[in-house]
Ligand binder design. Structure first.
Ligand code: ADP
Ligand code: MG
Length: 706
């Protein structure tokens, strides 16, 4: 792996080798966000990039970007063209590198742009390196880019993310400066996403239209040995899966992505990959690359890969735990506790700033994970609830409580001794203490926060944008208060402690150390007034909470109009996704499931007729059984038609009303149909059943019988 690592990335090593010194330095400056890219160097960089790409077999180049629908997009252009005399030349100019003009009309904009103003352009993002995606006969040089409409409004996720990263960086730098730290050149956000997924035997999974088109099962009863098979978690990875994982790891290594861990997850056929964390923008790009690579290789291994948050009703769902922190230009993690008093005060300042932001704007965190897939996942017994809270762990919680109580009066506030209580023992305590509470949506896990609510299929850029925006908002408030204390002439550490105390008190309501799955917590959260939304559409509406819109606009992350468009897109994504499920459920009923019942009825009726001259005890029970099956068929027909009609009616509604009707009317109907099917399934023979059962789907070995 070592030799191939990052061999398909135009990384700093390649740049250094292939670029003149001054060009290289300008580029690095731009990558670190210290300076703008000098347009005069674009031709030189483009030429070097092209030579490198062609020598690695690439025949095309493409601006690679993340439209608002969460997938990636690229439009390939060949390097090869003809010159004026008709002779072949390979062309890739500075202006091709800097900017490209894909037709924007088919990407979502949320109404910020009408289709006749379809023009949009993608522009090179030098902070994330270019890479080559290999194909059987060549490859494509992918240039990470932002994607913007001609009026400047973003049509992608990266632009918002970069704005949010800017916002948090400047506030973090300001805080460090207030502490008197002038040597720090930049602060960067770090991100590490743990990717959960399911792998199924492809031929069997492909027999189910629901898995093929929705990535989740719409019907299917629980297998006899369900997810509580503890032997699976961290158990031996099945050979077929391991072979796949090794291929994924090799291809990703070439793309400079190092996957640190791989293991079985809680449910059968569920697994996880976790990369080493990296700078947030790069981490989001890399998560997209991970998902694309995994998709591509799964079919080659005859596997069906599922990123859906809840592929099976009764089994654990898949999340993308999003770990995050901030790091300064010296490589210091700003969320790392320390035994040094000063450093520890800085640590607590960053920590409480995030908690403050989370407390004020928890609605945005909730909105960022209000996705169609999470509809079925959050609030289950295995995933965090839909109520946002922060868990800090015993040590930090005690420390903050001590700071809060240290003094009622400002003058005797800065109790070094109070803080020192736990400080000497801190590193060891932290190591034991962190991450014990797996029920919390946001947990401090020793030296980083972990947001556990994001779903496996989500583009990490969405939760990341809001995580860092609310952190920036928290830092902004912290800095204001801190500056005020300093102006009053307080010593730096005393001023910081006084600020930590205020901020910590102000954000208590979001902190919860107990079991977030419990009923008591729900009641307690209601009392605290932090239950913001009960359903996914209500969660999406939290994007429009006035104070959040104001904050995002002040920070320069979203204008109010952009936020409205973003809200519309999320809402449409929800509606479209459930609409597809409704159509498929309808089709699966009439094409497969209802005929299955008929076949079974025919079999039963024929066999009961064949014994009609025999005197069989309990024949009435058999007749009753047939009757029940026939009745369930009739009931499924009634409910499916009802759903069909509802779908037609809902199509006339505005998106928000449509989403509401889905929650109130469509989902209960779908649930009812599913219950009827799952019960009937138990009475249909394997031969007569149109779709493979959970039991068959859950088997990864071809030898195992269904
Ligand atoms: P667990 O399953 O216990 O949460 P893992 O080791 O599976 O732990 O995942 C931890 C994730 O957190 C990894 O992706 C890792 O790279 C990431 N991580 C660790 N430190 C940081 C940090 N400072 N900033 C962002 N992510 C981090
Ligand atoms: Mg984790």
């Amino acid at each position: 792996m070592r030799e191939i690592f990052a061999s398909l990335v135009f990384d700093r090593r390649e740049m250094k080798q292939r670029l003149p010194q001054d060009v290289y330095e300008n580029l690095i400056g731009a990558m670190e966000g210290r300076q703008k890219i000098d347009s005069g160097i674009a031709d030189t960089v483009a030429l070097a990039m092209k030579d490198w790409a062609v020598s690695n077999g690439a025949s095309h180049w493409a601006h690679w970007f993340h439209p608002l629908h969460e997938h990636t997009a690229e439009k390939h252009t060949a390097f090869l063209t003809a010159d004026a005399e008709g002779a072949p030349i390979e062309l890739f100019r500075g202006k091709d590198l800097m900017q490209s003009e894909p037709d924007a009309s088919s990407f979502p904009s949320g109404g910020t742009r009408s289709t006749f103003e379809a023009r949009g352009y993608s522009a090179w993002d030098p902070t994330s390196p270019a890479f080559i995606i290999k194909s059987p006969k060549g490859g494509t040089l992918c240039i990470p880019s932002v994607f913007i409409a001609y009026d400047g409004s973003p049509l992608d996720l990266k632009t918002y993310l970069l704005r949010s990263l800017d916002a948090v960086e400047s506030r973090a730098l300001k805080l460090l400066k207030l502490f008197g730290n002038r040597g720090v050149r930049y602060v960067r956000a770090t991100l590490g996403g743990e990717q959960e997924f399911f792998l199924l035997d492809r031929p069997r999974a492909q027999k189910r239209p629901d898995l093929r088109f929705c990535g989740r099962t719409l019907i299917g009863s629980k297998p006899p040995r369900d997810q509580k098979m503890e032997d699976h978690y961290f158990g031996t990875i099945p050979p077929k899966v391991l072979a796949y994982m090794e291929d994924v790891q090799r291809d990703l290594a070439r793309l400079g992505v190092d996957l640190a861990t791989r293991h079985n997850e809680a449910a059968r056929c569920q697994f996880e990959f976790a990369p080493n964390f990296s700078e947030a923008n790069l981490a989001c790009d890399q998560n997209q690359i991970i998902m694309e690579t995994m998709r591509k290789l799964a079919s080659q291994h005859d596997l069906r890969l599922l990123f859906h948050e809840k592929p099976f009703d009764c089994l654990n769902g898949s999340g993308k735990h999003t770990n995050f922190s901030l790091e300064d230009s010296e490589g210091r993690n700003l969320l790392k506790p320390s035994t040094n008093h000063r450093k520890n005060v800085i640590f607590l300042s960053f920590l409480t700033s995030f908690v403050l932001g989370a407390s004020e704007y928890s609605g945005l965190l909730q909105a960022s994970v209000s996705t169609p897939g999470n509809l079925y996942r959050l609030g289950g017994q295995e995933a965090p609830p839909f109520i946002m809270s922060v868990y800090l762990g015993d040590t930090i919680d005690r420390m903050l409580t001590a700071v809060e109580k240290a003094a009622g009066r400002d003058e005797d506030m800065p109790e070094k001794s109070t803080l020192d209580l736990g400080l000497d023992k801190l590193p060891t305590i932290i190591a034991y203490d962190s991450d014990r509470n797996r029920t919390s949506p946001i947990a401090f896990t020793g030296n980083k926060f972990e947001f556990r609510a994001p779903g496996a299929s989500q583009a990490m850029a969405i939760p990341a944008t809001f995580i860092f925006a609310i952190w920036a908002a928290g830092l902004e408030k912290f800095n204001e208060k801190f500056s005020a204390h300093l102006k009053k002439g307080a010593d730096v550490l005393d001023a910081a402690l006084a600020t930590i105390r205020e901020v910590s008190k102000a954000s208590r309501k979001i902190r919860f150390e107990g079991d977030s799955y419990s009923e008591e917590w729900r009641r307690e959260a209601e009392k605290r007034g932090i239950v913001k939304a009960e359903t996914i559409p209500e969660g999406i509406d939290l994007f429009l909470e006035p104070k959040s819109v104001e904050m995002l606009s002040k920070l320069g992350v979203f204008t109010p109009r952009e936020m409205e468009a973003f809200h519309t897109i999320r809402l449409e994504a929800f509606v479209n996704s459930i609409e597809i499920e409704i159509s498929l459920l309808r089709d699966m009923m009439f094409e497969g499931f209802l005929p299955s019942i008929s076949k079974q009825l025919k079999l039963e009726n024929e066999s009961i007729a064949s014994v009609k001259d025999m005197r069989i005890p309990h024949i009435d029970a058999w007749k009753k059984h047939i009757e029940l099956l026939a009745k369930s068929k009739a009931e499924i027909i009634v409910k499916t038609k009802e759903l069909e009609l509802l779908k037609e009616k809902m199509a006339e509604l505005e998106p928000r009303e449509h989403a509401e009707a889905i929650i109130v009317k469509a989902l209960p109907l779908m649930k009812k149909i599913r219950e009827l099917c799952d019960e009937a399934e138990g009475y249909i023979s394997k031969e007569n059943l149109a779709y493979p059962k959970y039991r068959a789907l859950m088997s990864l070995s071809t030898q195992l019988s269904e």
